[in-house]
Design a protein around this ligand. Structure first.
Ligand SMILES: Nc1ncnc2c1ncn2[C@@H]1O[C@H](COP(=O)(O)OP(=O)(O)OP(=O)(O)O)[C@@H](O)[C@H]1O
Ligand SMILES: [Mg+2]
Length: 413
């Protein structure tokens, strides 16, 4: 190892990996206490996320590029997960209180009981405790020290399908990396874009990517609901390729969407057109921008309608008093937040990742909220691990000290 790499070992590097349907983001940061300094952001387009070997190959290239530019060995990465195999479940736990008072261990026991779920539910990724109950008293946020006989808790458990996780881990291992942990993508994105007052009031984060739209509802630091819909940017692209009246390939439709697409129909000039190359090099055909905007808006309306219906069905829409925050690449569609505001009937804003030092302007973009958020998540886990290691070391040294005293007593008395 050369000297510069040796020096860099002293820094506490953390890594976030977002393998999306359209790109791989590999981000590097340095843990600086509660803060993270962003060192490098790598954005690598994925041609076909369904082709396993191609994903591995792109990831290998990503690692090489990032290692060359930062001269840091990328190893333990925090990985985002989302999609339909990720589910959230509500469970309740209840325990009796042997001491007649709520102690830390009773809180741990009741959380453990509530989150003991059969393996068929999936691999547990996160457990979020909600409110506690103590005998007949409900809606308690922190029951510690109170007197009672029975302690109850509502927990939200986020699970993922085991074989999906195994496949993802295998692909990451094949690129020479270790999975330090998995994190729900909207949870990661939330730490990069949400404000404290939004969390306090209750907020929904909606990430509109290429293959899926993922939503999570947060109240304070707890996730109360999460859901994934198989409609997102790729569905818009496929609508464009089918509905403009001229046959267009998916790659051309994607290009048109990015260049001429908008959700704001009212801003368009009545007869405004854009050129579409006709099949077989037969020159360009003019296409109506209004028609394009209508095709895009119809799908965007539909996506938000599905989400709103599910929020209502699960009775979580009433928790969202702080509004909706949108992230993901589709936020680049002008006016998307207005459609969301209409469908949800709540204030909507676009979430730009912020708060970290060193993020270049290009990455303060809603498409990178998950990648940047994974660095926050990695930092939090890194700090927790260090804290518990320090705790364990103190315990070990106390134990050792105690043993030494015993040895001393045995030897000399
Ligand atoms: N300027 C733009 N106008 C319209 N859509 C855009 C624009 N830029 C990106 N997109 C769309 O955003 C989507 C990609 O977003 P993002 O990078 O968040 O997805 P991903 O993380 O790869 O996918 P997923 O989260 O579904 O796994 C694509 O469908 C892309 O077409
Ligand atoms: Mg994504």
């Amino acid at each position: 190892m050369d000297d510069s790499r040796q020096d860099k070992k002293k820094e506490e590097y953390i890594f976030g990996l977002d393998i999306g349907a359209s790109k791989i983001n590999l981000f590097v940061g340095i843990s600086e206490g509660e803060n993270v300094r962003v060192v490098e952001c790598g954005d690598f387009p994925l041609k076909n996320a369904d082709e396993y070997d191609l994903v591995v190959e792109t990831l290998q290239q990503a690692v090489q590029v990032i290692e060359n530019s930062t001269r840091v060995d990328v190893r333990d990465v925090y990985v985002g997960i989302a999609g339909q195999h990720v589910r959230s479940h509500s469970f309740q736990g209840i325990v009796t209180l042997p001491a007649g008072e709520v102690r830390e261990e009773d809180i741990e026991n009741v959380k453990k009981q509530a989150s003991t779920v059969p393996p068929s539910v999936g691999e547990i990724i996160h457990v979020f405790p909600g409110e506690y109950s103590l005998d007949e008293d409900l809606h308690i946020r922190n029951p510690k020290g109170r007197t009672g006989r029975r302690l109850g808790v509502d927990v939200q458990v986020v699970t993922a399908r085991q074989n999906s996780l195994q496949n993802l881990a295998k692909c990451i291992n094949r690129a020479g990396l270790n999975v330090a942990g998995f994190a729900l993508e909207p949870l990661a994105a939330a730490s990069a874009v949400l404000t404290n007052d939004e969390r306090e009031l209750g907020v929904a984060l909606v990430d509109i990517g290429a293959a899926s739209t993922d939503i999570a509802v947060f109240v304070n630091d707890s996730v109360r609901y999460t859901w994934s819909l198989n409609y997102a940017g790729n569905s818009i692209t496929s609508d464009i390729s089918q509905c403009l009246g001229v046959p267009i390939s998916l790659s051309k439709a994607e290009e048109i969407k990015k260049k001429y697409g908008t959700c704001t129909i009212s801003n368009l000039i009545e007869d405004e057109t854009f050129p579409v190359p006709a099949v077989g090099n037969r020159g360009d055909v003019p296409c109506s921008r209004k028609l394009l905007a209508n095709v895009i808006s119809a799908r965007v309306h539909e996506i938000f309608k599905y989400l709103q219906n599910d929020l209502k069905k699960c009775q979580v829409d009433t928790l969202i008093n702080g509004g909706i925050v949108l992230t993901g690449g589709c936020c680049a569609l002008e006016g998307i937040e207005d459609i969301a505001a209409k469908e949800f009937g709540k204030p909507v804003r676009i979430g730009h990742p912020k708060g970290m030092t060193g993020i270049q302007e290009a990455y303060q973009n809603p498409s990178y909220a998950t990648g940047i958020g994974l660095l926050y998540y990695a930092n939090m886990q890194h700090r927790d691990r260090k804290k518990s290691e320090t705790g364990a070391q103190i315990k070990v040294s106390v134990k050792k000290g105690f043993q030494r005293v015993l040895e001393f007593i045995r030897t000399y008395l």
